[in-house]
Design a protein around this ligand. Structure first.
Ligand code: ADP
Ligand code: MG
Length: 207
């Protein structure tokens, strides 16, 4: 599914897309949060792009770990520690590996979700990034179990993440800043679920 070169390409594309969608992500956060999600994420991935030259010759684990550490140290708000921990946990799993297949990617998703939950203590249905991450992971797992190839499984994962974003419109936030709004968070999509879906799209397209 991806060698080191491909993983670097994916991270690069994610950084470009986050920068491109910065205002959109921030507008979503304006409605149910404090309007900084896009700015936070763009700052973090800009810092990741700055260390991209150091990825040369490293394994996938080291690259994911460095990405996570950069996100933790440069992204303000909740998303930095949450995504940062997700990438760092995925990095620990991929330590020493120079190839990732679809089963590795399921492991990466499990580790990333575990990292987000370790930091944020949220579960499914609280209107967070997990409501896109968990369905994506579950759909990919189900697709692989049903015999789909990697590309098909990832496409199903992306669709599940997109459906997850739509689902966040229908639920009340009980974690993060949006939870301060209570019922007024209804009808609005979660910014973090949206930024995850952007990342998932890049992985699905480039794999
Ligand atoms: P902040 O809320 O500190 O301003 P951001 O705006 O960058 O940080 O990120 C907000 C996003 O973080 C939310 O849209 C949600 O997806 C995610 N989030 C917030 N709290 C949690 C949590 N406890 N668990 C998982 N995700 C969370
Ligand atoms: Mg915010």
């Amino acid at each position: 599914m991806a060698d080191v070169k491909k993983v670097i390409e994916m991270i690069h594309k994610i950084a470009e897309d986050i920068e491109e969608q910065k205002l959109y992500l921030t507008e979503l956060d304006n409605v149910i949060g404090d309007g900084d999600h896009g700015i936070n994420m763009a700052r973090g991935f800009k810092a990741v792009l700055e260390v991209e030259p150091t990825f040369e010759g490293k394994d996938i684990g080291a690259i994911l770990k460095t990405t996570g550490m950069k996100l933790v140290s440069t992204v303000g708000g909740s998303a930095g520690p949450l995504y940062g921990t997700a990438f760092m946990k995925a990095g620990a799993l991929m330590n020493g590996k120079t190839e990732a297949d679809i089963n590795d990617f399921i492991g990466i998703m499990d580790a990333a979700i575990g990292g987000v939950q370790l930091r944020g203590k949220a579960v499914a249905g609280e209107k967070t990034m997990l409501d896109a991450m968990m369905p994506a992971r579950d759909a990919i797992k189900a697709a692989v179990e049903a015999g789909d190839d990697a590309k098909t499984a990832l496409a199903k994962g992306l669709k599940a993440a997109e459906d997850g974003v739509e689902y966040t419109k229908t639920i009340i936030a009980t974690k993060g800043r949006a939870s301060y709004l209570g019922e007024r968070s209804l009808g609005h999509q979660d910014p973090g679920a949206t930024s995850f879906t952007l990342m998932m799209k890049d992985v699905a397209e480039l794999a």
